[in-house]
Write a protein of this length. Structure first.
Length: 231
């Protein structure tokens, strides 16, 4: 069985009812990312940043937001091939986990987590919070921030991800527009390591010319079909 690295983006959760970033009516059409998703924005107007992520957390916890057939197909693939699959996601939702996938690598952080501003310690939280919230880890309680990797910050787990890419036989990018690095560069790293590469997306991404194979369509249609070849 080949080593498979899958990278997912907002497109895989679109049919579950969560907005993508760059499509029509996407999150970045309604908010300037410079206002809500940078360390500078957080320093300038923390209330706006807390509110943006509180709203997204509430939307995620809406009962109607459930994993779709694409999340489930990935979870089933993991049940078949175990640690031959590495799932890296840029998404901050928990739909891969709800579908049953284990060891999801959240390179851009998680909505259902907060981080102590002083120690960096991470906490699971389903609640809204703001600048009045205090951490529980420090002697002199410090504030907490959304556990999200903002523009200008270093994505998480990069050593782990590059090690997996170095031994990948297949690299699949699902539901991502290929605009944001370093994730948009994984296809090139995987190719240099000798992997076959495929893009499964509604539209061709900005880096689509790098991929060996392309399947355009809704994630719920193309992902289960494509993954069925890995028996
Ligand atoms: N099925 C498959 N693909 C879809 C679907 C769908 N139902 N709906 C939309 N898409 C595709 C779009 O064609 C688009 O190319 O998903 C892609 C979503 O792209 P973006 O909105 O740019 O999301 P993503 O690539 O995940 O963004 C990367 O940017 O703002 C940051 O940190 C944020 O993690 C995010 C990163």
């Amino acid at each position: 069985m080949p080593n498979i690295v899958i990278l997912t983006g907002a497109g895989i959760s679109a049919e579950s009812g969560l907005k993508t970033f760059r499509d029509n009516d996407g999150l970045w059409e309604n908010h300037r990312l410079e206002d809500v998703a940078t360390p500078e924005a957080f320093a300038r107007d923390p209330a706006l940043v807390y509110r943006f992520y509180n709203q997204r957390r509430v939307q995620l916890l809406n009962q109607d937001v459930r994993p779709n057939a694409a999340h489930i197909a990935i979870a089933k693939l993991q049940q078949r091939i175990g640690n031959k699959l590495t799932l890296v996601t840029q998404n901050v939702d928990n739909l891969h986990e709800l579908a049953g996938t284990e060891d999801v690598v959240h390179m851009h952080g998680e909505l259902l987590s907060a981080r102590c501003l002083k120690s960096g310690k991470r906490f699971v939280t389903h609640d809204s919070f703001d600048s009045n919230a205090r951490c529980e880890c420090c002697e002199e309680p410090a504030g907490i921030r959304p556990d999200i990797v903002w523009f200008g910050e270093q994505p998480m787990y990069m050593d782990y991800i590059y090690n997996k890419l170095a031994t990948a036989d297949w690299f699949l990018a699902i539901g991502t527009s290929g605009n944001v690095y370093p994730a948009a560069g994984f296809v090139e790293v995987a190719k240099m390591a000798g992997a076959k590469t495929a893009e499964l997306n509604l539209d061709p991404g900005a880096n689509d010319y790098m991929f060996d194979y392309q399947q355009q369509g809704l994630a719920t249609a193309v992902v289960p079909k494509f993954l069925s070849q890995f028996k």
